[in-house]
Design a binder for this molecule. Structure first.
Ligand code: ATP
Ligand code: MG
Length: 424
């Protein structure tokens, strides 16, 4: 007998971590995200109280799995097969599923979960009965209840029985949108895109803030950030992310001109934090996020963090502060930003690296350096010059094709093409 099998995906969320009143909010947000992410996939959703089923209507498994891998809050998913709550029917389906999903020969066991407690047998009895029905029909299988290579899971629920083999891990974390909004300081480096991703995975929506120093730095350094933003947009609820380009050249030039060599990095970062805070409060973003990792470079000692953070009141989150570089790289590869980050173009932090940056800066000395030029009007001028572009995964903005200057290029590309950039 050939059973016609329809592809159904069972989606699980982090039941273990969900408590009380949070649970419905969490589940509703996951549903919303799934609907948004799978909008173009031609699927139907079926909601049961503690789970979500996705019914595929065409042969687009790969596309659906790809989209699912961007949904935070999903713990794991499985392809499931459904039939009546009848042991002979389940055994028939099991044989089909085993042939379809399991490479043979192998060891296996049946594991049963009985959500329908009215079913007249215990879970163990069901497993044993099914195994006895299946084994004579699939000769390459050997039972091993202790350490099987494959497990056929059977769930007996009120309406039907569900069968599946294996779980595909999801992104985990919390559904994005539940955790408020933050502003990520995004350089073209390896760390800050990973920091952005980790926050999104934990439920926080982000906007991106990039200090660009063209023409001191090449346009390609801005291109890197655009290309990184395209990758990060995939994790946002509606596949779009705001990238704020901050014109830093004038501030940068003044710092290089007036500040003591050893304090250049310290002062530059104090200005970045100030601008980040000003902008975040203007847009009601609750936190500043960056890719600092303690000890990585001279500017990331605890003393430096203290002296830099001293100029702000906004909470600052550093998701990769304790990560080893190798672990950051692994995540960067997973989210596909690594190859973009290692393109060799300078940004404002690498164009001029002082010979002896101070590793244990002092607040007094930093304040003294800042009296050497009139930075307050410059802060306001910089904020006023910020340009915001909305980046989507398929944005085809190759900046160098649209102009020699960032603002011209943005006007040419977005102004005419989509009208979705903002000159502030
Ligand atoms: P990354 O840390 O992203 O690999 P990086 O190593 O070039 O880049 P650092 O000099 O280590 O950057 O700076 C630490 C953090 O400061 C970055 O992770 C980022 O959050 C922020 N930052 C540095 N440069 C910029 C910039 N041009 N625009 C926005 N944020 C920046
Ligand atoms: Mg770094």
């Amino acid at each position: 007998m050939v059973i016609k099998m329809k592809d159904i995906i069972l989606v699980r969320f982090g039941d273990l971590v969900l408590k009380g009143k949070n649970k419905p909010t969490f589940i509703n947000q996951v549903k919303k995200l799934l609907r948004a992410k799978l909008k173009e996939c031609n699927v139907e959703f079926e909601y049961q109280h503690d789970r979500i089923f996705i019914h595929l209507k065409e042969n687009n498994k790969e596309q659906v799995l790809k989209q699912l891998s961007y949904v935070s809050g999903v713990q794991s998913y499985s392809f499931v097969y459904k039939c009546e709550n009848d042991l002979d029917k389940i055994a028939d389906l099991a044989v089909e599923v085993i042939h379809k999903e399991i490479e043979m020969p192998t060891t296996f066991k049946v594991e049963t979960k009985r959500a329908d407690k009215k079913f007249p047998m215990s879970s163990l009895e069901i497993s044993q009965t099914l195994a006895a029905k299946i084994l004579p029909r699939v000769k390459e299988l050997t039972v091993d209840v202790r350490n099987p290579k494959q497990v056929l899971n059977v769930e007996i629920r009120h309406d039907s029985a569900y069968l599946y083999v294996g779980k595909i891990p999801g992104l985990g974390g919390y559904p994005i949108g539940l955790g408020g909004k933050g502003l990520v300081m995004l350089s073209g480096g390896i760390d800050s895109p990973v920091a952005a991703y980790l926050m999104m995975k934990q439920g926080v929506e982000v906007e991106l803030f990039h200090f660009e120093s063209t023409p001191l730095t090449p346009l390609e350094s801005v291109q890197k950030v655009i290309d990184i933003a395209k990758k990060l947009a995939l994790f946002m609820p509606n596949n779009r992310i705001k990238l704020h380009l901050v014109p830093f050249t004038k501030m940068h030039t003044e710092i290089l001109r007036f500040v003591d060599d050893s304090y250049i990095i310290t002062i530059m970062r104090r200005m970045m934090y100030r601008l980040g805070e000003m902008f975040a409060s203007e847009r009601n973003l609750l936190t500043l996020i960056n890719g600092e990792s303690v000890g990585q470079v001279a500017s990331q000692t605890l003393d430096s963090i203290k002296v830099v953070e001293n100029v702000t009141n906004i909470p600052i989150l550093r998701p990769v502060i304790t990560y080893d570089k190798i672990d950051i790289i692994r995540i960067a590869e997973k989210i596909d930003t690594f190859d973009i980050s290692i393109r060799a173009f300078n940004d404002c932090c690498s164009i001029y690296v002082p010979k002896n940056p101070v590793t244990h800066p002092k607040i007094d000395k930093a304040e003294l350096e800042e009296t050497k030029f009139d930075f307050k009007p410059l802060l306001a001028e910089t904020i006023a010059g910020i340009r915001t572009v909305i980046i989507k995964p398929d944005t085809d903005f190759e900046i160098a094709n649209y102009g020699f200057e960032v603002s011209d290029a943005i006007t040419n590309y977005y102004g005419e093409k989509h009208g979705n950039w903002v000159q502030r």
